[in-house]
Design a protein. Structure first.
Length: 198
């Protein structure tokens, strides 16, 4: 993430309160999907902010503190595993993003969202494929979402230590699949995700 080029295109349109939105946890076999919405003051830039997947855990955690310090508003939306099973991960991701926007203290004038699937009835928005690698504000949201979800998975690790959630955060690693093979599914596993154990 080099600069605020994308943000400037919104500012030039008179948009002061731009919310960047992203989610973490679409792919795992267990746990929630978590979305974040972030609004910064105009011209704020934090060096090092990038797509959360490109950053080390230590770097993400340091940046999360700085993002929280400099943002004017942050909202987080969480949709648990049982709702994912009921409405599917696609719909659950959109729901988490809408919840994150609802949790903001400031109503955004425009929403920039990572991906191509978000919709909203009341707020103007733009879907941006690879937005977390192109738009600073979306990248910041990706970091908040990822760090928030990882902390939740650490808590779940304390409840279900046999599965190794602290290490893989619920993703379908070899270690995780072998733990499911040995212990079966636990309460936070997504039943609608068909786990290949072979």
């Amino acid at each position: 993430m080099k600069d605020l080029t994308a943000e400037r295109t919104y500012w030039q349109r008179g948009i002061e309160y731009l919310a960047g939105v992203d989610e973490a946890g679409r792919g795992p076999l267990a746990g929630p999907v978590v979305a974040a919405a972030v609004i910064f003051p105009k011209d704020v830039f934090i060096d090092g902010v990038d797509d959360s997947k490109k950053l080390s855990e230590k770097k993400r955690e340091a940046l999360e503190v700085e993002i929280r310090r400099q943002a004017v508003s942050i909202g987080v939306g969480i949709v648990e595993h049982d709702v994912i099973d009921r409405i599917n991960i696609y719909q659950a991701s959109i729901l988490a993003m809408r919840k994150a926007l609802d949790a903001l203290d400031i109503r955004p004038q425009f929403v920039a969202v990572d991906g191509n699937s978000f919709t909203h009835d009341a707020l103007p928005y733009e879907n941006i494929i690879d937005g977390d690698a192109k738009v600073f504000t979306i990248a910041a949201a990706s970091i908040i979402a990822k760090v928030t979800r990882d902390k939740m998975m650490l808590d779940y690790h304390a409840q279900y230590p046999a599965y190794g959630f602290a290490k893989h955060k619920g993703y379908g690693t070899k270690q995780h699949r072998e733990a499911i093979k040995e212990h079966g599914l636990c309460d936070i596993h997504r039943r609608s995700f068909h786990v290949k154990l072979g």
